[in-house]
Design a binder for this molecule. Sequence first.
Ligand SMILES: Nc1ncnc2c1ncn2[C@@H]1O[C@H](COP(=O)(O)OP(=O)(O)O)[C@@H](O)[C@H]1O
Ligand SMILES: [Mg+2]
Length: 157
Amino acid sequence: MIVRHCASAEATQAAGEEFAALLRPGDVVLLSGRLGAGKTTFVQGVARGLGVRERVTSPTFTLVRPHGCENANGVTTLYHADVYRAGSLAEVFDLDLTELIEESAVALVEWGETAAPVFGDFLKVTLSEDDAGGRDLVVEGALVRTREHALTRWAGA
Ligand SMILES: Nc1ncnc2c1ncn2[C@@H]1O[C@H](COP(=O)(O)OP(=O)(O)O)[C@@H](O)[C@H]1O
Ligand SMILES: [Mg+2]
């Protein structure tokens, strides 16, 4: 199992920043974990790693927000979605996220586990609180196999 422990919010951001290095255009990352687990914090780190310049917050009223970026991965847009308030799977499907990211984008979806049926292959990051108030980040999903080595290194950092 690929698990990375994060003792602080800064550590969650650093984990996101390093995770960004192994993302490729077209990737979907589903973020799972209860309210306050650190999903948005992780996305902020990924955004930093992908070279997003603007501030990343929860896309509460829009469900999905695009952030332009510049990096060595060839990713030009980070789509940050939060489907917590989506009324149905159909509503998530209507966001057309898989269409949006086809060319040179990636999508990170908070509460993504509920929307998993809408997507094909994806990485799933599950965040949970540990006994000491930190977080454990578990990475799973079909895309793990092709990135096993990089992810194992990421987990060991
Ligand atoms: N590894 C961590 N240890 C302790 N606190 C953390 C950690 N990661 C994130 N947090 C804190 O948890 C709180 C909720 O984070 P947030 O990213 O908004 O969660 P979510 O998007 O899952 O609701 C924030 O105050 C954040 O600073
Ligand atoms: Mg959030």
